[in-house]
Design a protein around this ligand. Structure first.
Ligand SMILES: NC(=O)C1=CN([C@@H]2O[C@H](COP(=O)(O)OP(=O)(O)OC[C@H]3O[C@@H](n4cnc5c(N)ncnc54)[C@H](O)[C@@H]3O)[C@@H](O)[C@H]2O)C=CC1
Ligand SMILES: O=C(O)C(=O)CO
Length: 321
């Protein structure tokens, strides 16, 4: 019997992460890489001291109430923790950490891709070439919306929001933002703060969501707020599907008030919204904001750094509760 702590890794993390984990811990890996169910989480809590779950494993209050006291730390392999009932985990005595910063640039890259693709008809353009339907060219063919110099509204100017703003500056965009609090002049870097959501919406030719999913932000972008955006605005969401009222977004796209949307996150995942599939003006990706090799290694290492600190009796750097 080794005296190393035992940890459960429910999803197939990067090779480098698994190699380091196996060096330092007794590791139980879910080799078939399916999401851990409530039953799996509860059963595993009696066999392990720590876990490295992803946002696909849900720690609801009902699950947390049934956790075995052996489990002492949930070191998430994600920055978003809307899959965790933090107050319940805290009152159950379980430490929770996440992986901030290391995925901000990768996620901001995907937001840029979605913004550009949604603005410039990437879905329809790709389909027309791919299917051999490209049989003419004209000056009015596939005319899109220019990103360079346009006004971008950012909701949630945290780590990913600021990384996105840095990239948008490269496109000479005029940056506006709404956040829980105003940033320092250094972090703001010329971006224009809107204390009021409506005032941000009214100037946003493009709108990109970067705040966490919380009870307060659920369906943040509803019919009323969509109507406040300028005619022909483009929506980008790499945050969480829960932030958008998807039926209201479809209505706004169908009416032409919203020109297009670029979405990495959906209310139902995996799968997405089947009603979106027939819309060429929705550019969709399957929640791959942080999916680069470098970032996935960095996320895994950050989760392990948190475990290492915890099991060494120190404060984990990314402790949330
Ligand atoms: N698509 C993907 O693969 C990824 C998605 N994400 C999502 O992005 C989110 C943001 O990540 P970070 O930037 O690292 O978090 P962060 O905590 O650094 O930034 C979030 C910002 O939102 C602001 N905020 C919170 N509630 C708000 C509200 N009601 N109204 C306005 N602003 C509000 C906060 O003040 C903060 O500045 C995560 O919670 C996660 O859901 C993050 C990484 C990858
Ligand atoms: O980290 C997160 O919050 C994600 O959505 C996946 O990287």
């Amino acid at each position: 019997m080794s005296d190393k702590p035992v940890i459960w890794i429910p999803r197939r993390l990067s090779d480098a992460t698994l190699a380091r984990a196996r060096r330092d811990y007794e590791v139980i890996v879910n080799e078939d890489d399916t999401p851990g169910s409530a039953e799996d989480i509860i059963a595993m809590s009696g066999r392990v001291d720590g876990m490295i779950p992803c946002h696909s494993e849900h720690f609801s209050a009902e699950v947390v109430a049934k956790l075995d006291p052996r489990l002492r730390i949930v070191a998430n392999h994600s920055v978003g923790v809307d899959h965790c009932d933090l107050p319940a985990l805290k009152s159950h005595g379980v430490v929770v950490t996440n992986t901030p910063d290391v995925l901000s640039d990768a996620t901001a890259e995907i937001a840029m891709l979605l913004m550009l693709g949604a603005a410039r008809h990437a879905v329809a353009g790709d389909r027309i070439v791919r299917t051999g339907a490209w049989d003419s060219w004209s000056p009015s063919f596939m005319v899109g919306k220019q990103v360079t110099g346009a006004r971008i509204g950012i909701v949630g100017m945290g780590r990913v929001g600021r990384a996105f703003a840095r990239k948008a500056r490269g496109f000479d965009m005029e940056i506006h933002y709404h956040n829980r609090s105003r940033l320092s002049p250094e972090d703001e870097a010329g971006a224009i703060f809107h204390a009021d959501v409506d005032s941000l919406l009214e100037v946003s030719d493009f709108l990109s969501l970067h705040c966490p999913a919380t009870p307060e932000t659920r369906k943040f972008l509803n019919a009323e707020r969509l109507a406040r955006l300028p005619e022909g605005a483009v929506i980008v969401n790499t945050a969480r599907g829960a932030l958008i009222d998807e039926a209201a977004l479809l209505d706004a796209l169908d009416s032409g008030h919203i020109a297009s949307a670029g979405l990495d996150c959906f209310e139902v995942e995996p799968g997405g919204n089947p009603a979106f599939a027939s819309h060429d003006n929705i550019f969709m990706l399957p929640h791959i904001g942080s999916a680069t090799r470098a970032t996935r290694d960095a996320m895994g290492f950050r989760a392990l750094d948190n475990l290492d600190a915890f099991f060494a009796g120190k404060e984990p750097g990314d402790r949330l509760v």
